[in-house]
Design a binder for this molecule. Structure first.
Ligand code: FES
Length: 157
């Protein structure tokens, strides 16, 4: 029985190539850097390339393959306005416009002081609470004037 397990593990080792291992290490490293810095600065990519002895082109192409990694600074607060159908019908555009006007940014942009990045997102599964937005990990539903003020206040803190 143990012999079979050893054989299987040996086979898995063969299947996982060095390339796969390096890719796994790369992604883990990107996640750590982004957790610390909020994005992947160019210098960090160069450093990763040198330390792991992986060509810069491969480091960059791996990072850019995944949507979760960013190459420009992001805001302390990531605000995502849901623009799914239910939220659209119940005023998502107004929510987005108010935030754009208040912070002088457009969708996809980050404020100069890095306090906020404004994005849109498809349905996040809380359609009954439309219109909905997320502020980092928090979901804010049934956004009215009062809740919009609270969102704005939390970003300005
Ligand atoms: S459409 Fe916005 S939560 Fe579903």
């Amino acid at each position: 029985m143990n012999l079979k397990v050893d054989e299987t593990i040996g086979h898995i080792r063969d299947v996982i190539s060095d390339r796969d291992k390096k890719r796994g290490i790369l992604i883990h490293t990107f996640q750590k850097v982004q957790h610390e810095m909020n994005y992947l600065p160019e210098e960090s990519l160069k450093m990763i390339s040198e330390k792991l002895d992986i060509p810069m082109s491969e480091v960059y192409s791996t990072a850019s393959f995944y949507k979760q990694f960013y190459f420009t600074p992001r805001g302390d607060k990531i605000v995502k306005v849901c623009t799914g159908t239910a939220c659209h019908v119940r005023g998502a555009k107004d929510v987005l416009t108010q935030l754009e006007d208040e912070f002088n940014v457009k969708e996809g942009e980050t404020t100069e002081d890095l306090s906020m990045t404004l994005e849109t997102v498809g349905c996040i599964g809380c359609c009954g609470l439309a219109p909905v937005a997320t502020v980092n990990e928090d979901i804010v539903g049934e956004i009215d004037m009062k809740k919009m003020e609270a969102i704005i206040e939390s970003i300005k803190k």
